[in-house]
Design a protein. Structure first.
Length: 367
């Protein structure tokens, strides 16, 4: 998973106020609940020394996701009176949090981006026109990156046409779907249709290129709404299809890591070898098993590669003004600063020492 979406945070100096809170709207009087949650977090930040201008910037952003229905959360980052990043979270945090640190504590947000699978969702159905009894074919389709698009959906496209014209219209719809798939590098097309509409599906899929046909996953029409307010098209079907998968790029990197570990086990897994690789800019990708179990803090200096387990280790870089920061914040800054990537893997699928592995850009025979 690439981490370029975090670039705006590291383009500005800290310290950073980071807030993760539950902004779900599936409860009675959600506005009151969110206001109460934010009040507790604001008091906590104020107690940590956050200035009033930064608190005001955060306050303005807390209620900016009213259009999103159901369970979800919000991650906010602000410094020096300005909001640096605000993202909706597909899952509310297990516990609300507020931290004021020199390095933005972004790991909770990053983990919700995984597995970051690009897809196209298609809902195909029949309906009767309002003006007469002629049957129509209705198509809704939308691209996204799972799971973040659950609560930050891309534009939705629609097609309605007479069923008798479907053989001709399906060609145009398939052309639009293929363009969208190419534009977004979608790896999967999740297509929902009723069992009795197998003909509609067949006509549409047969107009797609053969290579794209192989990416189509058909799911039954459950009768559920295609989308809730502010939610992704076919969210439930996408969850059933994609929740246990990884994107193709991450799968390739994981296979490369497994091959590397077989040859060089001592430099491929464990927290200490991973930190060494980050210090040298040697890490191509860091692997973390879920649930993530990093230490509470690491030592950090002014540069992304200044990351160590102890304060004396930091002195070897000539840094004598280091500080302890949240481990996740230090690690992610090092990844972004050196252009490395991150993959999270369920612990049951991949056992790693300390829950950490590192795929190296190159192997140093002297280490």
């Amino acid at each position: 998973m690439k981490l370029s979406f975090l670039d705006p945070l590291y383009a500005r100096p800290g310290p950073w106020a980071a807030v993760c809170l539950d902004t779900s709207r599936d409860i009675e009087d959600p506005e009151k609940a969110i206001e109460l949650r934010w009040r507790h977090l604001r008091d906590a930040l104020s107690g940590q020394g956050v200035d009033s201008a930064t608190l005001s910037a955060l306050h303005t952003a807390v209620g900016s996701d009213r259009e999103v229905s159901g369970r979800h959360g919000k991650a906010l980052f602000a410094a020096h009176g300005r909001l640096g990043l605000a993202e909706k979270l597909p899952e509310p945090p297990a516990a609300d949090s507020a931290r004021f640190t020199s390095i933005p504590d972004v790991l909770p947000l990053v983990l919700q981006h995984a597995p970051d699978i690009p897809y196209v969702a298609v809902a195909l159905s029949r309906a009767f026109a309002e003006t007469d009894l002629e049957e129509d074919v209705v198509v809704h389709y939308q691209a996204g990156r799972w799971p973040m698009s659950r609560v930050a959906p891309e534009p939705r496209y629609n097609h309605i046409g007479a069923a008798r014209d479907w053989p001709a219209n399906a060609f145009a719809v398939a052309h639009e779907l293929e363009n969208l798939r190419r534009w977004t590098d979608a790896e999967t097309i999740v297509l929902r249709c009723a069992a009795e509409d197998v003909w509609l599906r067949g006509v549409l899929v047969n107009h797609l290129p053969v290579s794209t046909q192989q990416r189509v996953v058909t799911v039954p029409d459950s009768g559920r709404p295609v989308a809730g307010p502010g939610r992704a098209l076919l969210e439930a079907e996408l969850n059933d299809t994609l929740r246990a998968t990884v994107n193709e790029h991450d799968r390739t990197l994981t296979h490369r890591f497994m091959a590397q570990r077989a040859r060089h086990p001592d430099t491929s897994e464990g927290l200490s070898p991973a930190i060494t690789a980050l210090q040298r800019g040697q890490a191509h990708c860091l692997l973390l098993t879920r649930p993530v179990n990093l230490p509470e803090s690491l030592w950090a200096g002014p540069e992304p590669t200044h990351v160590t387990l102890t304060e004396p280790d930091l002195h070897t870089f000539g840094v004598h003004t280091g500080r302890q920061e949240p481990a996740g914040a230090v690690v992610v800054r090092a990844l972004v600063g050196t252009g490395a990537e991150l993959i999270t893997v369920p612990r049951a699928e991949l056992s790693l020492q300390d829950g950490v592995g590192v795929l190296l850009r190159y192997h140093d025979p002297y280490t």
